[in-house]
Design a protein around this ligand. Structure first.
Ligand code: PLP
Length: 225
């Protein structure tokens, strides 16, 4: 990617985010995570030069590679993919800023056990399958609050910082909006338990997500195109 292209992509994204967040409130701040899973380390470096600092990957191996390629840059790294049990220790060793895809109580218990053994902590978001799609990971909205509280109680090495969700995979904007609203309602109930981030919105639906209250968006294709 050329630097001018990175600047243009980021500029357009920031303009769109500004427009959406101001429709909600001038006090509403949105954090942008650049999802680099389809791109190379050089492209991440180019976007860094354009001003982007936070990036995310969905595979532990790719996260490890890019972190190592770019270790001299002051980047923030997020993990947003399905975490296989045999990769938990690898992820812990990478010390991601935020693990956004904690998708079950079972995974939380497993992760907590391994964090304890290494005397480490990890910031995580509970992933919610708000659209109830079989193809998606995450806890069902009906049990999200209960699961969040259970993780706080039984997993002291996991620092829960909020929730993450992927919008419904449909063309009907009303249904996508509904899935975001479900996540936002859960997030609001969890703020008294320390939830800070409501991570929702990707390239195709971040404007809608922000209008529904998202304060963290995960943008890949439209930033790296
Ligand atoms: C790939 C991915 C994204 C980014 O998707 P785009 O449509 O490319 O913006 C966001 N969140 C998760 C969990 C992803 O896997």
């Amino acid at each position: 990617m050329q630097i001018q292209k990175a600047i243009d992509n980021l500029d357009r994204l920031i303009t769109d985010v500004e427009d959406a967040r101001l429709q909600l409130s001038e006090h509403h701040i949105v954090k942008i995570i650049g999802i680099s899973k389809y791109s190379q380390s050089e492209d991440v470096a180019t976007l860094y030069k354009a001003g982007q600092r936070a990036f995310g990957e969905n595979k532990v191996q790719d996260l490890k590679q890019k972190m190592s390629d770019l270790e001299e840059l002051p980047l923030e790294w997020h993990f947003v993919g399905r975490l296989q049990k045999n990769k938990i220790n690898n992820l812990i060793d990478l010390k991601p800023t935020l693990m956004q895809s904690l998708d079950s109580l079972e995974l939380a218990n497993e992760l907590n056990k391994k964090l304890e053994a290494k005397n480490k902590k990890m910031n995580c978001l509970l992933q919610i399958n708000s659209a109830k799609e079989d193809s998606k990971a995450g806890v069902m909205p009906e049990v999200a609050i209960e699961t969040y509280k259970k993780i706080i109680q039984s997993c002291p090495n996991i620092k829960l910082k909020g929730v993450m969700s992927i919008g419904a995979h449909v063309n009907d904007e009303q249904l996508i909006k509904q899935s975001f609203e479900i996540t936002k309602t859960i997030f609001d109930e969890l703020q008294e338990y320390g939830a800070k981030y409501c991570s929702m919105g990707m390239s195709n639906d971040f404007k809608l997500a922000i209008k529904c209250g998202s304060n963290m968006i995960r943008v890949g294709s439209s930033l790296f195109k």
